[in-house]
Design a protein around this ligand. Structure first.
Ligand SMILES: *Cc1c(COP(=O)(O)O)cnc(C)c1O
Length: 247
């Protein structure tokens, strides 16, 4: 199938097919090891391949390599990929997640496209999503994005407001909150992100004590996913380690 010869992809970026497959298998290995270090079952952690700025052709290769869940930051870019000739045919077997900020005026398209929206951070946005989910006869699964650091994260709800947001969403019949998502600041030393992951899990546990069911924790990217898994991540969002540096 793959050859060790260098090939050009759609963006003109060279990466060998074997290097690509090795990236993926190395990530799975690291995910398993991190899970086992924490006494967790590796099967409880999903890999979300982040395909923002990645060409359709490379996404197709990722599908051929066995990946099924894809994360996009922008609605329009996701639309192009989901509707493309190359990927449309296999749409039944693929799952698309929105990991970037969502504007209310794009809520309709987001509900049409995504199985999970990771970035809900206000009652207003939740209402907009709920409205279109109702129109489409869909129950939209969402995560609440929490902001733990004022300096770096632009979006997300402050932790003190989490319970009241969850309370507000409880009344929206076409939304199902599955858990929390967070983006810690970038650190060269991944261990520095650990307190942010711990705090997100603590917030989840606290909300569960208040009667909410939040099984999913979306946290961890290329630089820090192993630490995130040690701290309870059930979804890691990885782009660079799979596809190489974004151009
Ligand atoms: C881009 C992005 C990722 C992936 O980042 P990498 O460092 O390339 O793995 C994950 N989550 C979000 C929200 C992103 O925007």
């Amino acid at each position: 199938m793959s050859t060790p010869l260098e090939g050009l992809d759609g963006d003109g970026v060279t990466m060998t097919d074997t290097a690509f497959l090795e990236n993926i298998s190395s990530i799975y290995k690291k995910m398993s090891h991190a899970a086992m270090r924490a006494g967790r079952n590796p099967e409880d952690i999903k890999l979300i391949a982040v395909t923002k700025t990645v060409s359709i052709e490379r996404v197709k290769q990722a599908v051929d390599a066995g990946l099924r869940i894809f994360g996009e930051s922008r609605v329009q870019e996701a639309q192009k990929k989901v509707m493309s000739n190359e990927l449309r045919a296999m749409s039944e077997s693929l799952s698309w997640h929105l990991i970037g900020h969502l504007q209310k005026n794009k809520a309709k398209a987001a509900v049409e496209l995504f199985d999970l929206i990771h970035s809900v951070d206000s009652v207003e946005l939740a209402e907009a999503i709920n409205k279109y989910a109702e129109k489409l006869g869909k129950t939209q699964e969402i995560l609440i994005q929490v902001k733990l650091s004022m300096e770096t994260a632009k979006h997300g709800i402050l932790k003190d407001n989490l319970i009241s947001l969850l309370d507000g969403i409880k009344k929206m019949e076409h939304l199902e909150v599955k858990g929390l998502m967070t983006i810690p600041p970038y650190f060269d030393e991944p261990g520095m992100a650990r307190p942010y992951f711990k705090e997100t899990r603590r917030l989840r546990d606290e909300a569960e004590m208040n009667g909410f069911k939040l099984p999913e924790l979306s946290m961890g990217m290329t630089n820090d996913f192993e630490v995130a898994i040690e701290e309870g991540a059930t979804m890691v969002r990885i782009g660079t380690a799979i596809f190489g540096d974004r151009t």
